[in-house]
Design a protein. Structure first.
Ligand SMILES: Nc1ncnc2c1ncn2[C@@H]1O[C@H](COP(=O)(O)OP(=O)(O)OP(=O)(O)O)[C@@H](O)[C@H]1O
Length: 207
């Protein structure tokens, strides 16, 4: 097993006043993928949101290389790429503008070659200058995944990444994810389907 980078210990979260999970612990190292499984409502999204500091845990710690991420939320957010249920894209902007805008927000303008690679990886070249509101659900999902790739963040948090993707797009996603892991990246993905990535570990939330 790779040395631990992300260490989650005794995490507990409540939503709407009800406990979702408690005493949840796991560790993840470079090159590892954790697939979060479990029934509807078992807490997969809640766990991803807690890791992204979008939901405040009731108890427990999230450490990156030994430091509590709550001590420096800004730096922690810079280490994450987030793909939610909703794609989080701006409908009036084009595919390219969405990708470049997200990187500008991170204060890391994307070089043209990295943008091209992200567009090619998800077969988006022909759609690059289309407004996102004119795209299909799968095309929007591919755009959101291209944005994840563009971040070059070490930890990817992905909520149902295969949603709306056709078979070629699912294959493109697998290959991008495998490259990310091979380069020492980490990923945590909530999923109801087999991600199809060899060596993935599974963490089942009991609900
Ligand atoms: N904003 C909210 N307010 C109150 N309760 C919430 C809220 N969001 C989620 N919950 C509750 O928290 C629990 C966990 O929800 P969560 O979305 O994390 O589950 P999930 O495993 O991702 O489900 P699914 O497989 O349906 O996507 C559920 O019981 C849900 O009803």
């Amino acid at each position: 097993m790779a040395p631990t980078l992300l260490d989650v210990a005794d995490l507990a979260c409540r939503r709407g006043g009800r406990p979702v999970f408690e005493r949840l612990s796991f560790a993840l190292g470079a090159g590892e993928l954790l697939a979060l499984t479990g029934r509807n409502g078992s807490g997969k999204t809640t766990l991803l949101r807690a890791l992204a500091l979008l939901v405040r845990p009731e108890a427990g710690t999230i450490r990156w290389q030994g430091s509590d991420v709550q001590d420096d939320p800004e730096t922690w957010r810079g280490r994450l790429a987030w793909l939610g249920h909703l794609d989080g894209l701006k409908g009036d902007l084009t595919v390219c503008e969405n990708l470049l805008g997200a990187e500008r927000l991170r204060d890391r303008p994307a070089a043209d070659d990295r943008l091209d690679l992200a567009l090619v990886a998800f077969d988006l070249n022909a759609l690059a200058h289309r407004a996102v509101r004119t795209l299909s659900a799968g095309q929007r999902r591919r755009t959101a995944l291209a944005r994840v790739l563009l971040t070059q963040a070490p930890l990817w948090l992905l909520d149902e990444p295969l949603n709306a993707l056709d078979a070629p797009a699912q294959q493109a996603f697998r290959s991008v994810l495998q490259n990310h892991l091979a380069g020492g990246g980490l990923a945590i993905a909530a999923t109801h389907a087999d991600l199809g990535v060899a060596g993935a570990r599974t963490f089942e939330l009991a609900g």
